[in-house]
Design a protein around this ligand. Sequence first.
Ligand code: BGC
Length: 799
Amino acid sequence: MRYKVELKNKNIINKMTLKEKALLLSGKGMWKTYDFEAYGIPAFFLSDGPHGMRTQEGQGDWLGINKSKAATCFPTAATIANSWDPELAEEVASALGEEAVSFGVDMILGPGMNIKRSPLCGRNFEYFSEDPYLAGELGAAYVKGIQSKGPAACPKHFAVNSQELRRMSNNSVVDERTLREIYTAAFETTVKKAAPKAIMSSYNQINGVYANENQDLLQKLLRDTFGFHGIVVSDWGASNDHTEGVRCGSNLEMPGNSGTTAKELVRAVQKGRLDEKILDKRIDEILTTMLPVHQLVEMGKKSFDAEEHHKLARKAAAQSIVLLKNQDNILPLSENKTVAVIGEFAEKARYQGAGSSLVNPTKVENIMDIIDGYSFKKVIYEPGYHRNQKTDHRLLECAKKAAAEADTVLLFVGLDEASESEGMDRVHMKMPQNQLELINAVTGMNTETVVIVSAGSVVEMPWIRKVKAVVHGYLGGQAGASAMLDVITGKTNPSGKLNETYPICYEDTPAYAYYPGKERNSEYREGLYVGYRYYDTVKKEVLFPFGYGLSYTDFTYSDLSVSEKGVSFCITNTGNFAGAEIAQLYIEKEAPEVFRPVHELKGFSKVFLKPGETGRIEIPFEERTFAYFNVQTGEWEIEEGNYKILIAKNSRECVLQENVYQKGTGAKNPYKVHLSEYETGHVEQVSDDSYEKLLGYKIPDGAWNGELEKNDAFCQLYYAKGTVGRIIYRILDKMMKKSEKKGEANLDILFFYNMPFRGLINTTHGIFTSGMVDGFVKIVNGHLLTGLGKMLWSAIARK
Ligand code: BGC
């Protein structure tokens, strides 16, 4: 079949040589694309920035190691998600857009939209939620905000990329319904509601095919079904086979490799393996999308107001703080008190995560630098613990003494920088041991203890009963400290609600038995039952449910009416503080024939009310409110019958309810056999048989029992048959252990540890060719001489 394309930029494309076309489809260096002055094609500048710009001028890297220009560090996505406030998200994103323009950046690599499948994913702090509805609404808001200022937004990482371990090689094995309802739904909403100009394809494979060369994902789903019109950019180093990527719908391979893979493209066209028209189409997509963007960015260039953006960062952090416990209304705290501020995070804030999202902030607030601006009677400070997780008895003793002297203890704890980072998954859900010891010691001296948590993801709280209050700031960005003190002292009434469930312990999580994926596969056996979809269906006790958060005031819900169009109800502020409430709409199907989680979030609304004030809330029904994805028809279908309309404060606290009868679309139950685990939600130990029936195909063999391949990661050299491979493994392993001992995440080593062998092409900027990688693979498999020969020959032939 001949490939038919209507080019919008044919005047330019027809003049370009094959080599020039090939070059335009991969980066020139770390952050830019090739420029062709003769044709009026500038270099497009791409830069990280899910929650602040990481624009590098000097040596570039994709791990957040080298310096970047000073920019505002806003709260991370996981934090802002607790605000449940798309308007706020859009405001923050438009400030990001402004900063990007001031740096001449054409594309912001964000927002991060992956679903929090397990609390242990090292990048959860960069992602919005365990729920695709919430993530989709916020993702769309970010994209609108960024693009309103000119730059392109690039939501990432498409798709099913919820694990950092071996992130560049693992194969996410997921059934189609879960793919559509959970892992791609937020992207779909974002594409439909906000038309992002770019999407970043993820590192992993999906059902055996790399995301960046997955035609089903990039062409059929993203472009044909979601209606995406922008460009697909590979994650940095995610391109496995560039030619295949271009053929299947990927536009830009990043970072550059000095033209090595462009040569592969040229050869593929010359040998007839790739139609040049496909190259033309990919280029046309790039030019159509990026030329107007670049023009806007060039025209809009001006410096940004760092002070104003700092204020916005403070507002965003304040709106996102979640009050989890407030026994005896210990908060808000009267300032007429002696407080012991304990915890190193109060002196040196923990406010952002590590890796490619790392921002060099314009300034950072620390509690101890600003607390004098509040009128506490007396403030005593003790660090209490070291960030490196080692117990220090002297610090513990000093903290105890301070606690005993104070009326109230403000105890700042959470996860340190080494505990959560891009490039690694957490190994447990606990807080560092030395901090747990501190909480024990302090609460033994003073029960009037308020714990302030800084962490980008879920932690176990075995100490919760010992403390009076818990305030969660997540990772609050550069102005998180004043936002927090405002909440503690009542200048701000907390209104955030959790974007994810807090299980009691890690063993309770639905993917516990499957996460992180072992060997080559990441088996998504729990299917749809992610987060509250699992806990609520099986009625598992949790520490805090999804959508939970307290306020200093009370809200009463009344007067629900349901129409075909949606729901309408009233909320009254019946307490003494002005404040905001986040109302949530969940839908439950009574006695479903097609299995589904007990209820799912289908809408929400945030309203600010003064004491005594009543607001009327309207939440419209949407196309998917009652629908599920039917794997037989390949469409979203509605099962006919009774549905409960639940208006709730959180996923476990329904306050208003009504039943409606909903007409169906008539599709038959796609599951021909009983899948008891999925019917009951008890997905803790899904059998191979049920999983295969859900998948509709045999579980791929992910075992490392044969030879290593070019897509296996360096950490898999453990299985190498050749001595050279095993020696490399030992060296890497030693380096990993050394950095673990130091209590810091060494991103360089982590990166190599998880990198597949083919990554050598990008990381050596094209010094390694793909033939040399093949030779290397032969060597690690024990074929030293053939491998060396292949490497040498490929080095000379540059193939
Ligand atoms: C990350 C992306 C990031 C890119 C560029 C990758 O390692 O996964 O999120 O945008 O690097 O820094």
